[in-house]
Design a protein around this ligand. Sequence first.
Ligand code: CA
Length: 400
Amino acid sequence: MSVWVRDPAFARDQPFGPQTLPYGVVDAGDGPRVAVRLGDHALVLTSVAHSLGDLATLVSASSLDPLLAATRADWSALRARLVSLVSPGSTAPAGAQLVPLSDVRMSLPFTVGDYVDFYSSRYHAENVGRIMRPDSDPLLPNWTHLPVGYHGRSGTVVVSGTPVERPHGQRKGSPVPKFGPSGRLDIEAEVGFVCGGPVARRVPTRSAAEHIFGVVLLNDWSARDIQGWEYQPLGPFLGKSFATSISAWVTPLDALATARIAVPDVGHPRLPYLAEDAPWGLDLRLAIEWNGTVVSRPQFAHMSYSCAQQLAHMTVNGATVRPGDLFASGTVSGPERTQRGCFLELSWGGREEIALSDGETRTFLEDGDEVVIRATAPGEDGSVVGIAPVAGTVLPAVDL
Ligand code: CA
């Protein structure tokens, strides 16, 4: 292929054109290698190393780890070279390896360090509060003052497409708890932030770009019956730690420059360490597909805390952030029923059935069900920036 993208209008209108260029790790039969996605193809970066100069060493490993350990200046310089390399009408360098996505196997693109999950949608927090604690204030008193979060399990973060086995666990029962496969398996549609740059502590919001490399979509699979019995007083544990899925491609923050927006008010001024001198909210439009039916369209613009505020909060006590750390936004829900980001909310605690287009109805996940979360963002000049989907299928619980 001598010309990358023959029709500039096509390139601009499709979500994985030269304006996006997410990074992933592909295996086309000769081992895992770093690539960028271009339309429905993967451009293997070792095949264009001579066009990348000194920066080629950052993408010559079998994961994104060396790239994440570099600096914002290097990330932006590499992206500028890649954008120029694949711009519409430009000629492909000799030897460039452009492989159809159908011919590659994707792997988890980086070594996940610490994993933190936040809870930053007011609508999600209020809905869950109303469902779980109907007789009290749905929003707990700390919620408008800090981005509530917990530490999750990085070892079970898996790449999109990995099947998810229905977990066993304890759930409430009378007179004694029951044990067995979860009967209330759910998803949470979230956005994950992939950290990089130098190891740092106390990262102010103004320095977020030095430590946030890019974004993925994230499905925080949740067993509600296990969670409901175990979570008090210390929060989520085994109801969440069995699997967390992320996109196979990491969209660099630079691709989302035109999607930056201010976060909504929380009703009072933020503490100084959570104030922002530039907007760090993101105008991402999500869609949740359940067995092929779009059941919800959450908008990330409704999130009350930005990634910069979450990172500032996560490190304000002196805790470090390191390359490969991952933090998630919390379930993305909006004010409308059609914008709820999990099935607990969509089915209102299992009481309202959700209709799928094949005539079936659901409240929680059944074995064999597939969930795909997709998202787009506004790009420059009316273009669309895609965030690579995160997909997963439910496998039956194993026999114990
Ligand atoms: Ca979550």
